[in-house]
Design a protein around this ligand. Structure first.
Ligand code: EPZ
Length: 419
């Protein structure tokens, strides 16, 4: 018996669709609650597998974690009983390594499994380790775990050799309660980094410059509790925008921060899609052909790598040849083979995908090889002629809340079946 997402393609999407809270902000903020002695009430938390997993890990560590409703969680980490994350759970998801920075920052020690998660080639954590060591921690790897210990964490100047979201976040977490000031140079500027800094500052931290390439963290003694609301998910919003554009419908994507979508909006406009921005929603319409475009993924504010597979699926039916170049991950085109099963005509040339637009895609069984590749298969299935079956939809559930329900409400023919 296997679970598949079954999609009947060819239906344009019309109506309103609402974006949930940002997964990659929640996966940083929830570990951040470990730094707080008191109750943190966090709103707009997406109800997705990865978030459920990180909340379970906090429970294992001894934090009190209660769901006030499906998107509001109350975390009280005043009493933590261990600094060793559960190996089995932590090895399932890369973001578990944020527990390192949070536990080290609060207790001066942490033991977390080496990261798992989506496989796009080598996913090192050398920059995280460099930051922890400069703050005064001893960091080593043993039996598949990363073990970090520090008598005292002292502020330091840390230059990140590469722009890394994870390393920027982990160093902020470790530095918040260190003695003195930490400067992070060449920091990542993603919206979820700003959201983490805003969350920690609302609990009493002193972080300046998040969202720029230089972040200053002035260590504080203690963080008290409070309430915080997570920002909307930039990548979920972009996925919905691409679904609307691909099917040629007319959709209002609601609960977005339009500024966060600039790189995608501008690329969609270039490809002939009509984009109308309002304060907290973006309207997406397409009547004519999809004009071919060139896309290059880059750290924020560049085009997000997490929308690369979805963009390629959208461009599969462009009127000409498009080129998508992946600059962040060394191997993030494994899903192309699945698109080719749907009659896409795409070849890989080095770090670029050359997409020769086809008249139409044809439904077939495909696999969700990872989270965003799975989202790309949904986009392709929505436009393909006939039925597309997406196997391994559990990967999609990691980052999309109630996807079938949200899409059915705007005219998609999509259902989850057990075969
Ligand atoms: C985060 O991963 C996201 N995950 C990824 O989203 C996203 O693709 C990525 O940032 C880039 O935006 C979460 O936020 C949970 P990085 P992360 O550190 O932090 C190299 C999704 O779909 N690097 O910014 O792991 C690395 O190899 C996921 O939601 C080092 O060399 O990404 C890569 O080439 C998939 N050494 C580049 O930096 C390090 O110590 C960017 O990685 C760390 C990273």
């Amino acid at each position: 018996m296997v679970e598949v997402l079954k999609i009947e393609g060819g239906h344009k999407l019309y109506g309103d669709i609402t974006v949930s809270g940002a997964k990659n902000a929640a996966l940083a903020i929830i570990p951040g609650a470990l730094l707080v002695e008191g109750a943190c009430r966090i709103e707009n938390v997406p109800s997705i597998r990865d978030v459920k997993l990180i909340l379970d890990m906090l429970r294992y560590l001894g934090a009190k974690v209660e769901l006030e409703d499906s998107s509001t969680v109350i975390i009280d980490a005043s009493e933590i009983k261990t600094c060793k994350a559960p190996y089995e759970m932590a090895s399932k998801m890369r973001a578990s390594y944020y527990l390192l920075g949070a536990l080290l920052g609060r207790f001066g020690e942490a033991e977390v499994a080496l990261p798992g998660g989506c496989y796009f080639g080598q996913r090192p954590i050398d920059l995280h380790e460099k930051g922890f060591r400069l703050l005064g921690a001893n960091v080593r790897q043993a039996k598949g775990q990363i073990i970090a210990k520090a008598k005292t964490l002292r502020g330091a100047s840390i230059f990140l050799d590469k722009i890394s979201v994870g390393a920027t976040i982990n160093i902020i977490l470790a530095a918040v309660r260190a003695e003195g000031t930490t400067i992070i140079e060449n920091a990542a500027k993603e919206p979820h980094i700003v959201d983490l800094a805003n969350f920690l500052n609302s609990m009493g931290a002193n972080i300046r410059g998040a969202g720029t390439e230089t972040i200053r963290v002035k260590g504080v003694e203690r963080l008290g509790g409070g309430t915080y609301t997570i920002i909307p998910d930039q990548i979920e919003a972009g996925t919905f925008m691409l679904m609307a554009a691909a099917t040629g419908g007319d959709v209002c994507v609601k609960n977005v921060i339009p500024k966060h979508m600039d790189s995608l909006s501008s690329k969609l406009i270039e490809s002939g899609v009509e984009i109308t921005e309002c304060d907290d929603f973006i309207r997406v319409r397409r009547n004519g052909a999809i004009r071919p475009v060139k896309v290059t993924t880059l750290p924020y504010p560049g085009f997000p790598t997490d929308l690369q597979p979805q963009m390629v699926a959208f461009l599969s039916c462009c009127d000409g040849t498009s080129i998508v170049t992946e600059n962040v991950w060394e191997n993030r085109f494994q899903y192309i083979g699945e698109l080719v099963r749907l009659n896409a005509n795409i070849t890989i040339e080095g770090s670029s995908a050359r997409i020769n637009g086809v008249k139409h895609l044809e439904g077939a069984p495909v696999r969700a090889t990872d989270l965003r590749a799975g989202a790309a298969m949904v986009i392709a299935g929505l436009v393909a002629q006939g039925i597309t079956e997406i196997h391994n939809p559990i990967n999609i559930d990691r980052g999309y809340e109630d996807l079938e329900k949200k899409l059915t409400a705007i005219g998609a023919k999509i259902e989850r079946v057990i075969q």
